[in-house]
Design a protein around this ligand. Structure first.
Ligand code: AMP
Length: 195
């Protein structure tokens, strides 16, 4: 199994790189943000509740996200592996993931972090907001909240995986293909070691 988490602040390019990784390495992909946005689009009561949190730049509750993640992992546990994008976003989610994977005799292979400067992030999110239709990509105050949440709640996840020696960093500046080529170097290297 080749189980990867792609990590980084909002606007770091996780979604774009995930799709390329998924295709090249035959992995299944879960973007927690995409699934949440689909629920909002469905117009359900749950979607309305999710929307109130996302639109303010805040997180949705762990239980809701974890249920989605475990369903995804269990329904694909005989495949080649997965790529998670947007999860884990807190240390408690990371601990939860480790425990659930251990229960099915799996583990995370690699935690790949995309590094992008703060100024670049804001510019990228604002320009994405022009066509993504995402409320949380259009308002500077909400973008600030998301970046603040990243620093406060999400960045500590890096330490969690550094301790497990699973952390790898890739510079997320450049064209999509340039970044992907750096990502592939890392993934190919780790793949060779895990075969
Ligand atoms: P993203 O598309 O990854 O930027 O996620 C968009 C929004 O969905 C985030 O700002 C959060 O409100 C919510 N979200 C996505 N993944 C998670 C998660 N693992 N835990 C809590 N909230 C999440």
């Amino acid at each position: 199994m080749f189980n990867v988490v792609i990590f980084g602040p909002p606007g770091s390019g996780k979604g774009t790189q995930s799709l390329k990784i998924k295709e090249k390495y035959g992995l299944i992909h879960l973007s927690t943000g995409d699934v949440l946005r689909d629920e909002i689009k469905s117009g359900s009561e749950l979607g309305k509740e999710i929307s109130r949190r996302i639109d303010d730049g805040n997180f949705v509750p762990d239980e809701m996200i974890q249920e989605m993640v475990i369903k995804f992992i269990l329904s694909n546990k005989d495949g080649q592996g997965f790529i998670l994008d947007g999860f884990p976003r807190t240390t408690s989610q990371a601990e939860w993931l480790d425990n659930r994977l251990a229960e099915i005799n799996q583990e995370l292979t690699l935690f790949l972090s995309l590094e992008v400067s703060e100024e670049e992030l804001k510019q990228r999110i604002l320009s994405r907001g022009k066509f993504s239709g995402r409320e949380d990509d259009r308002n500077e105050e909400i973008i600030e909240t998301r970046i603040r949440n990243y620093h406060k709640k999400t960045k500590p996840v890096i330490e969690f995986y550094k301790q497990q020696l699973k952390f790898t960093e890739v510079n997320g500046i450049g064209t999509k293909d340039e970044i992907f080529s750096k990502v592939c170097n890392v993934l190919d290297n780790v793949k060779v070691q895990t075969v």
